[in-house]
Design a protein around this ligand. Structure first.
Ligand code: ATP
Ligand code: MG
Length: 567
């Protein structure tokens, strides 16, 4: 392809409203343009990358025996009602009506739709296992569309679904996918870490996310510096140093704390307590019922863990007046001592603690000498807190680090969540109806593109991993009007194409500086320059993007040199 005939609208300057590096570079390199919040048009160069990512994903899915479908993106409400998710899912789902006023939605995922086909068509264990997939547009009304295509409201997902007779079958399908995902990310140049994750809105038992470490991400993962332990912060657990509590404490004692409303304020109050010797009491309305959540004073609540413990995501922090009607005091003076009429959940960091300070359920008063086991009633223990950097690993005791990362893929063991609610079963070898055991597996194609850029760029632009670059080689004349340079460039263009490379011929009548800047920005892996000095020796210059200065290569060896570097 000749650059003079292409549409590659590069930008010299950084666009003002782009935060993530990948977003800036995708705009500057002319890969995408924004249509609206979370909506992006793929321009020709961007679409070439997306298609290469798609081809890799397709190849790896076919390798594990998956079969490609293509379902509608527009769904009737009925299957979603059958699974219960029409009501469970909130504003993230785009809903609409047709001309007959029937409810429809734009597919945000396709568990229900695949399960419907399985329910209607799979009859016998002999037809199992099955792995079905599609590469399809998904729609999600994200609360905060962000960082360009990393979090769009419309994006392309490869989603697959496995159907097995039993848990062992599901384990195999899950492992096959884990392997396929590892190969996909490796081929796309993304260093990904599989981590334990929470299953969230999908339901089911076990899930693994594939994370690419990057500051542009929105997920936090905890990772052990000693053993292999890794988990999303939504799931991560840690050990704490044993607290230096007294063996015995007197009865709780109420004391006045005028104006003290925060953990911080109590740490500096005369007769107060350090944050790690306080109980933080939060009031949440869980399905409208006031519920107390207790954490160590210096710890933060993780709402995903809370949802998992409660088995519902229908909760919110109580308003001050709701706290007052539940406990008789406002936030800052609340506590669980003597409370027996409300559910109490406590983070396990508080288990067995003695000599703590907490609110007294009377404005401007606190209680000291609290012995958690002795003084609190009916507590349900669970992990509610965020792991902090430096906490000890539960498995090996070494410190955990907490890193920001991009979730590039997610695989779930759904089990019987959909087959039971939607009634999808087969006959087993004894002729008995058995619910299908399912898995679901997602990977975001645009997110892979952006994550690859996050991991591979420099001050001049993108440095594409070879397998997903929009072109393999750019052949660039120094002076387009020079007949000899143009002739050689044209010949090299043909011979490289003949060898199977995707080649961009930069024949533009521009200053060399402009051409080189553009080539660096769009990040094509190899650049070939038939410059006058090299040509005089029967050579051309060959440079590899991001890999140091150019070499002079004899004209006749160019193709084999590039082939050798790609091998
Ligand atoms: P996130 O926590 O980032 O919202 P998710 O858990 O909702 O992701 P899944 O439902 O597991 O994501 O979707 C599977 C994959 O689809 C993700 O791993 C990601 O690669 C991609 N993906 C999800 N949401 C988006 C989005 N808004 N924009 C681009 N890609 C997305
Ligand atoms: Mg999401």
């Amino acid at each position: 392809m000749k650059w003079s005939r292409t549409f590659i609208p590069t930008l010299r300057d950084d666009p003002a409203d782009a935060d993530a590096v990948s977003h800036r570079l995708m705009l500057r390199a002319g890969l995408v343009r924004q249509l609206g919040a979370g909506l992006y048009s793929m321009l020709p160069l961007g679409y070439r990358v997306l298609r290469r990512v798609e081809a890799i994903v397709r190849e790896e899915m076919e390798r594990i025996g998956a079969q490609e479908f293509h379902h509608p993106a527009l769904h009737p409400a009925e299957p979603w009602r059958e699974s219960g998710r029409w009501d469970e899912i909130g504003e993230e789902m785009f809903r609409l009506h047709d001309r007959k006023r029937a409810d429809l939605c734009l597919g945000m995922t396709h568990e229900e739709i695949f399960t419907r086909v399985a329910r209607a068509e799979l009859r016998s264990y002999r037809q199992l296992p099955q792995i079905w997939y599609q590469i399809q547009t998904k729609f999600r009304d994200e609360a905060r569309p962000k960082s360009g295509v990393l979090r769009g409201r419309e994006f392309t997902m490869k989603d697959s679904y496995s159907f097995d007779l039993d848990d062992a079958g599901l384990d195999r399908a899950f492992e096959l996918h884990a392997g396929a995902y590892a190969r996909i990310f490796e081929r796309c140049g993304i260093e990904s870490l599989p981590v334990e994750a929470s299953s969230g809105a999908m339901g089911g038992s076990e899930s693994v996310e594939f994370m690419a470490l990057s500051d542009a991400g929105e997920d936090w993962i905890a990772r052990c510096s000693g053993c292999g332990y890794r988990a999303n912060l939504e799931k991560a657990r840690s050990a704490l140093e044993a607290a230096a509590d007294p063996d015995e404490v007197p009865e709780p004692e109420r004391f006045a704390t005028p104006g003290v409303r925060t953990i911080e304020a109590l740490t500096t109050f005369e007769g107060g307590a350090q944050a790690e010797r306080q109980i933080k009491t939060l009031v949440y309305l869980v399905e409208d019922e006031p519920t107390l959540l207790l954490l160590r004073g210096d710890h933060a609540l993780n709402e995903v863990k809370l949802a998992e413990a409660l088995g519902t995501a229908r909760f919110r922090p109580a308003q001050p007046e709701e706290c007052r009607s539940a406990l008789g005091a406002g936030p800052g003076s609340l506590g669980a001592v003597g409370v027996s009429h409300l559910p109490i959940w406590a983070d396990d960091a508080l288990a067995g603690r003695r000599g703590l300070t907490t609110g007294a359920n009377r404005d401007d008063f606190h209680l000291r000498h609290v012995d958690v086991e002795r003084d609190l009633e009916g507590v349900r223990w669970t992990s509610l807190r965020n792991v902090e950097p430096g906490d000890a690993c539960l498995d090996c005791g070494k410190p955990l680090e907490v890193r920001k990362s991009i979730e590039v893929g997610h695989i779930f063991k759904l089990g019987r969540r959909y087959s039971e609610t939607m009634g999808a079963s087969v006959l087993n070898e004894h002729g008995a109806e058995t619910p299908l055991v399912m898995g679901s597996y997602g990977i975001g194609l645009e997110r892979i593109m952006a994550a690859a850029i996050e991991g591979h760029h420099d001050a001049y632009g993108i440095v594409w991993p070879r397998a997903i670059a929009p072109f393999d080689v750019v052949v660039s004349t120094v002076k387009a009007s020079d007949a000899e340079q143009s002739r050689v460039a044209g010949e090299l263009y043909q011979s490289l194409r003949g060898a199977g490379f995707e080649v961009l011929l930069d024949d533009r009548d521009e200053r060399p500086g402009v051409k080189f800047k553009d080539a660096d920005l769009i990040g094509v892996p190899f650049r070939v320059i038939p410059g006058p000095r090299a040509l005089a020796k029967g050579c051309v210059e060959l440079a590899e993007r991001g890999a140091g200065p150019a070499d002079e290569v004899p004209l006749g060896e160019l193709v084999s040199r590039i082939q050798a570097r790609c091998a």
